[in-house]
Structures are given as structure tokens and as C-alpha cells.
Design a protein around this ligand. Structure first.
Ligand code: NAI
Length: 259
């Protein structure tokens, strides 16, 4: 679609997984991805796979100074930021009783505060240029919490709460705000979340491929869709669950607790 031609798209966590794949698909469609991440070696690999112009900066979304400097630098180098894709994040699947406090705090610092930091820095730039689009990668875990995901699910619930409030608040400024909520995806995320691989094994039959999730994110950017659940059937399941949680627990409890 022509709409992406020349668009400057700032992506966090683009060294791997759906951040890297989305950068590639955006570049193929004529957009200019600005890829950022913590691991410079892996970022270089992503950069080597991109067609056409791109930007590349080291960025840890937990580091307030780095966020301020890198976003200011990117806006200076490229003249504007049309889209902010808040994608950086990770999860640890562990029982609440076993999880140390630092795990809860660090996941929140990355997955939620990382988005707050980047959005705060990008907002004046988008306001000044008269519009923009902020896309937050949340998760199905932001709508439905399951066992062994208390810390992670809370961060994604926070991301959706933030996203929904910002969508209303920023509309008058011409800034669209979207959420993308995938179910399990076959990326390095799962190796960190569940090193033993039990969860990946249990959900293998309905695990999403990163290229399909990236395609959906590209469509969200093109159409400024407010929210997308992936797969869409899981979105319907979640709506049914919230209408009758006790019944749903009885019927689908075993299916939902796969970690
Ligand atoms: P991934 O692990 O390949 O990508 C996440 C990227 O974020 C990595 O490159 C990682 O280094 C980066 N990152 C982590 N902490 C960071 C920090 N402090 N600063 C900058 N970058 C940081 O995994 P994936 O699946 O591509 O994850 C992308 C997003 O999708 C995450 O927000 C994740 O929570 C979300 N998600 C993933 C699902 C899955 O099953 N893989 C399911 C639903 C949502």
C-alpha cells in the first residue's frame, strides 16, 4: 500500500522476533524502519536484512537517558517520526510463590514503563508535526490471565489500560493509538519465558508464526486499526470468557493453563 512509502517507523526491540520481521516487511513496502534494541550484534543482523533506507540505534527502553537521546537523535536524523512501534518486551512464566519481587518489577519496567518512556518522548514530536501513530504490542495475556503468568499478564494488562486511555486522549491531536494482542508466537520470547519448553510444546498446534504477526502489525499501521487480537478466534473466546468467567473456567480451565 502506498500509504507506507517513506514513512519513518521507530521500532523498539527490533533485534529479533516480530520487531525484526515487522521491520523487514515495512522496508519491503517502502517505509523507513528505525530499528532499535539492546544487542548491537543482533541489530546488525536485522539491519543487514533490510531493503532500502533505515536507521539503527542501540536502545534499552529501561534507560530514561538513552530513550531521550535516541528518540531526539532519530527525529533529528530523519526529520520526523510517523509511527512508534512499542514492541520491546519479555516474559517469565513462573509460579507467583516462586517468583522474586525483582522479576515483577523488571518486567513492569520493560514492558510497561518502557512504553511510557518512549511515548512521552515521541509525543511532542508527533504533536509538532501534526499527527502520528503509536502501536503497542500487548498480548492476549493483557486480556486473560493464566497460571504462572501473574507478573507478565499484569504488565500487559497495564499496557492495554494505557493504550485505551491514550487512544481517547490523543485523538484530538491527530495521533492514533493501537494495540496488537497476539497469542503464543514462535520467537525467542518463549525460550526466555519457559526455558524447559513445556509451554511451547503444549501450545505448538496453535502457535503463531512471526511473519503472520508482522503482517497483521503492518496492516494495523496502514489502516490505523485501534485493536487487533491474533488469532481472531482467540479474541472471540476472550469475550465469551469475560461474559461468563465461572462457566468458562469450568469448560476451558485446563485448556488455558498450559504453562
Ligand atoms: P523476542 O524476544 O524475539 O523480541 C523481543 C525483543 O525485545 C528482543 O529483541 C529483546 O531483546 C527486546 N527487549 C527486551 N527487553 C528490552 C529492553 N529493556 N530494551 C530494549 N529491548 C528489549 O520476542 P517477540 O515474541 O518478538 O516479542 C515481541 C513482543 O511481543 C513483546 O512485547 C512480547 O511481550 C510480545 N508478545 C510475544 C508473544 C510470544 O509468544 N512470543 C505473545 C504475545 C505478545
Amino acid at each position: 500500500m502506498q500509504v507506507l512509502q517513506g514513512k519513518i517507523i521507530f521500532i523498539t526491540g527490533a533485534a529479533s522476533g516480530i520487531g525484526a520481521e515487522t521491520a523487514r516487511q515495512l522496508a519491503d513496502r517502502g517505509a523507513i524502519p528505525i530499528i532499535t534494541g539492546r544487542n548491537e550484534m543482533k541489530l546488525k543482523d536485522t539491519a543487514a536484512s533490510l531493503k532500502g533506507a533505515f536507521g539503527c540505534y542501540k536502545l534499552d527502553v529501561r534507560d530514561q537517558d538513552e530513550v531521550s537521546n535516541v528518540i531526539a537523535r532519530a527525529a533529528y536524523d530523519f526529520g520526523r517520526i510517523d509511527v512508534l512501534l512499542n514492541n520491546a518486551g519479555y516474559g517469565l512464566f513462573e509460579a507467583f510463590e516462586d517468583a522474586p519481587l525483582e522479576h515483577f518489577a523488571d518486567m513492569m519496567d520493560t514492558n510497561y514503563m518502557g512504553i511510557v518512556r518512549c511515548t512521552k518522548m515521541v509525543l511532542p514530536i508527533m504533536r509538532h508535526q501534526g499527527g502520528g501513530h503509536i502501536v503497542n504490542v500487548a498480548s492476549m495475556a493483557g486480556k486473560l490471565s493464566t497460571a504462572k503468568a501473574s507478573g507478565y499478564a499484569a504488565t500487559k494488562h497495564a499496557v492495554l489500560g494505557l493504550t485505551n486511555a491514550l487512544r481517547t486522549e490523543l485523538k484530538p491531536l491527530g495521533i492514533a493509538v493501537s494495540a496488537v494482542n497476539p497469542g503464543p508466537i514462535d520467537t525467542p520470547f518463549l525460550h526466555a519465558a519457559d526455558p524447559e519448553g513445556n509451554y511451547a510444546k503444549n501450545v505448538r498446534s496453535y502457535m503463531l508464526k512471526p511473519d503472520k504477526v508482522a503482517e497483521a502489525i503492518v496492516r494495523v499501521i496502514e489502516r490505523q486499526t485501534p485493536e487487533v487480537d491474533l488469532p481472531w478466534s482467540a479474541g472471540i473466546g476472550i469475550r465469551l470468557y469475560s461474559m461468563a468467567p465461572r462457566l468458562a473456567d469450568k469448560v476451558a480451565g485446563r485448556f488455558l493453563n498450559r504453562k
